[in-house]
Design a binder for this molecule. Sequence first.
Ligand SMILES: [Zn+2]
Length: 332
Amino acid sequence: MRAAVLTELNAPLTLADVDLPESLGYGQVLVRVLASGICGAQLQEIRGEKGGPLPHLLGHEGCGEVEAIGPGVTRVKVGERVVMHWRTTAGIASAFPQYTFRGAPMTSGLVTTFSEKAVCSENRLTPIPKDTPVELATLLGCGLSTALATVESEFRGFGESVLVIGMGGLGLCLLGALDLTTPSRVCACDIHENKRRKVEIYGAEYVNVRTEKISGKFDLILDTAGNEEGMENALEHLAPSGRYVMIGQPAPGKPVCVRNARHMFDGEGKTIRATQGGGFRPERDIPRYLKCADSLYIHNIMTHRFGLERINEALDLVRAGEAGRVLIEVAS
Ligand SMILES: [Zn+2]
């Protein structure tokens, strides 16, 4: 099968043929990948900030169809459409699949999406109705689910003000999720002027942090960018009793400065915390999230499409920060 393989750090992925394992092990599922998203985690892996030895298969947000199931698998059936997600759900946690690349074994995660087929652990797949749009199903693998779960768990209700930092795919998903709630004000900041219209579609206020200043204080700050300097600045805008939620990860080893830690005691005390996908639980959340999809303006979040063979162009676009979510159309 065709795959985009991480063979060298900080270099383009290698488009090559990879051999699937000869048989499926306990709890493993063979999925024909229809589409994949790209999120910050893959960029971190390409930079060598996370992940295992090379060569390695990537991708943790996708939509596919089940082609075969291994022993013990009960949660998905052959022919079903599935969301491929990195958060674990009910079902078996399988062993890592053993792919072969250029005659030698290669490493892979328990779900991967940058390839025509993937051997996934049963607990990384959730079946969905066959007519679920591929774009929506793909986004539910990470970005959209993280956004909806984060807003569900962190937004406390009527009249709260919210600042969202970074308008990549995740930032736009967060605006879609917030649009289903009752904030008094949503401010969205980014450094790319082409995001202004995308932000305004959700009724949010755009601030280009290169040229404009953020005004006011916010009860909730959702940071998708993971930039240390941006975080230091944004912390100044946290209201008394406010919550700062780190969703995007800062680079390893980088300190973040709280300029006046005394202000952290204002109100009932402020909180800074990191979240893992908003605590998204696929088996519980995906069926619910499918029902609110029509209100999320998916076409506004999904800004570009590329075939698998052009994935390196797509990665460059995401790195440049100019895209929302980029869809890799794996099956033609
Ligand atoms: Zn992700």
